[in-house]
Structure formats: structure tokens, C-alpha cells
Unconditional design. Sequence first.
Length: 279
Amino acid sequence: MSGDVNHEKIAQDYLAHLELLNRPANLELVQAMHSRHLAQYSFNNLPVVLAQNMPLDVPTLFKKIVVKGRGGYCFEHNKLMMNVLQGLGYDVRLLLARVVYNTDADKPLTHRMTLLTLGEEQYIVDVGFGRFGARFAVKLELGLEQDLGDACYRIVKNTQGNYCYQIYKDGDFFTLYTFDLQAYTEADCLLGHFYSHQHPDAAFVNNLVISIKPLNCIYSLRNDEYSHIQPHETKTIKINNGQQLHNILHQVFQLDVDAVVAEFLYAKFVKDKARYGYE
């Protein structure tokens, strides 16, 4: 644990915010934290597209995500979660992954998640993958198909010997990202974080992406499309103006975004994307 950060206090304040105080530190608590985190705190890249500073120290992340309700992306959500788990006495360490979306493309290490060890079992804790991420921690047992509410997940190995984090969609398993179990440090995260929010070709620099996962549904926004995803029905609408986008940001994602900023986001990431048909 670094510096003078009181990880135990941050962990208790985090549990208090999610109404999970005074529970034993077991798998059940982890799964409750995982699902409630996704339901309470949005995944979004607003600071990226608004070119804002994105520090990764834990007190700042706690204030941003929990206190102010601004959400974040993987390097923020999963660092906070790992530190909370550490503060509660869990055996955790960080992992890095390549987001491949079912391709063989050579991708950089731009995704952060957490490896949790409980006795003889291990789990992937990932509260920073947006709409396709699992609602609960995924057990690291090769080939085990796990129904985790919204979808079925499994972890397998590919021909290169890397782990594949997969979701069942469109009739087959789909690899979201690949990873290994090498030891990584916070310094290793800086490169992926810098690429993800600064590189001109990075997906988060070129797209507006927001999601939140309340119980039994998912709200998702990507550029000009807003979706309400339920177990047996998905409704998707096109965003037609800045006021509509502003209302969605406020009412659905509970993000405090000025109307002027919403108009800027609409012009850059909604109107132009719809006009030219690219992502």
C-alpha cells in the first residue's frame, strides 16, 4: 500500500455507499460489490473526449466515481475496486489484457482488471468493461460456462496459450479480450492508460461510450445510438439533437453535464458519426 492513503477507510466508505457494511469478507461480498458497482457507477469516457486530466491516485478515483458519481473507464474503475478489495483483506493483484473483440489482431495492453484468489479458486474481477462485461466476477476455470445474469461467460485458452475472456452472443462464444497471469505493476498501467485516452487512434478518443447496468437491464450509448437492453428485448433509438443527448446523460446515466457540453458532444460524436456512418 502506497503513501499515506488509508485503504481501509476508503474500503469502508465504499461499502457504506453501496449499503454493504458489516458483511464477512467472502465471495458473496465480492459478487455483491461487483453487481452493485456496475448498477451504481457508469462506465464512460467523458474525460477522454473532453480532453480532461485523468489522474489515477486512489483518493481522486474514489471522489470522482463514488462521491461525485462521474463514473470512469477500466483504469479507473478497476484500480478503485482492487484497492477496495485490498483494504478488505482480499488476495488480489492487477492484470492487463488485449481487447480483441473476437479477432486475431495484435492489440496493445489497454485493459485493466483484477485477479482475485480465494483459497484454491481464482476469479476475474472486472467492473470496467462497459455493457459487455459480466455482472459478477468470472471464475477462472477453463471451459466452465457461467450464467451471470445478463449473459453466459467462460474463460478458455487460445492456441498461443493466452486466456480468452468470452461472452456468449449471437449463437456462439465471442472473445472480448485475451490475457495472461504475468505480474504487472501500476507503472505498467500508465502506458495503456496513456494510449487509451491520448493516442489519436484509440477507440475512446474517437467514440462516445457510456453504459450502466442496473439490476435486470443495461443502458448503453455509443455515438448516435442509445439502447435499453432487457433480458428478452432491446430498444435502440437514434439521437437526433443535443438536447436529447443532454437529457439521456442526466436522466439515465445521472451525469452532471452542462447543456453546452452536451451540444459539443452531439456535434462531434453523434451528428458527424451518423452523417458519415463510421465508428
